[in-house]
Write a protein that binds this ligand. Structure first.
Ligand SMILES: CC(C)(COP(=O)(O)OP(=O)(O)OC[C@H]1O[C@@H](n2cnc3c(N)ncnc32)[C@H](O)[C@@H]1OP(=O)(O)O)[C@@H](O)C(=O)NCCC(=O)NCCS
Length: 209
């Protein structure tokens, strides 16, 4: 099923938090996405399944039920029909630190993994970093997280070093990874190829950067 990306909104936070808890059960303190949406240096995106939706919270709201039960009451103020919320399958974010985009998070629902969603999110983060004129992207990843490391390597991230005992839950090391300058001709050519290959493999139109 094709996936679409949009900037994270406050309505997305319940689903994002659910995905976050599933992906990072031991993280403490848990990230506060409400604050993150107000953070000037943060940019978050979500991946949604095209055409899929979850019931909006508003539908459970008693006032909505009254509006639906009394459509014949012409004098009653009309209410907009509740819109279904998109089904979010993953999310990702960066912090813009000087000329660098620091990837804070990228996570995909377990049931939706290995379908190109993580890669799509990373492509959008790289596009975003290019638009924001960041020179490169950096991140920390658990030493044991070979799946994520493989995703980052695929997009040209290389290991820059290790932060010993960086993660508080189990004192695991973090591997620091970074891209080269994403505006160089060589990275641009490589990245274009990667996007073309992605679009072909997953039959998903990508924005031209
Ligand atoms: C890492 C993660 C985001 C990947 O998302 P995904 O949607 O499953 O990944 P994709 O299907 O887009 O795969 C893209 C690439 O990632 C790598 N990859 C993803 N899952 C992998 C796995 N289980 N084993 C090895 N490589 C894997 C591969 O390089 C893959 O490319 P390929 O399909 O050509 O082999 C997902 O596993 C996840 O949410 N993990 C938990 C949260 C997490 O660890 N986030 C990273 C924090 S730094």
């Amino acid at each position: 099923m094709p996936h679409v990306i949009h900037p994270m909104r406050k309505e997305d936070i319940p689903q994002v938090s659910e995905i976050d808890r599933e992906a990072f059960p031991n993280q403490w303190p848990p990230p506060n996405y409400k604050n993150e949406l107000q953070n000037q240096i943060a940019r978050y995106i979500v991946a949604c399944e095209e055409g899929a939706a979850v019931a909006p919270e508003r539908a459970k709201d008693a006032s909505c039920i009254i509006y639906r039960l009394l459509p014949w009451l012409k004098s009653y103020p009309s209410s907009p029909a509740p819109q279904p919320e998109p089904y979010i399958v993953g999310f990702a974010g960066i912090w813009v630190l000087a000329d660098e985009a620091h990837v804070t998070n990228i996570a995909v629902r377990k049931s939706c993994q290995r379908r190109g969603v993580g890669e799509l999110l990373l492509i959008y983060l790289i596009d975003l970093a290019q638009k924001l004129k960041n020179t490169n992207l950096t991140l920390e990843v658990r030493a044991s997280n070979t799946a994520a490391q493989s995703l980052y390597r695929k997009y040209g991230f290389i290991e820059m070093g290790v932060r010993r005992a960086y993660y508080l839950d189990n004192r695991e090391d973090a591997v620091i990874m970074s891209t080269e300058n994403i505006h160089t001709d060589s990275y641009q050519a490589f990245y274009r190829q990667m996007k073309e290959a992605y679009a072909l493999r997953w039959d998903n139109q990508l924005p031209v950067s």
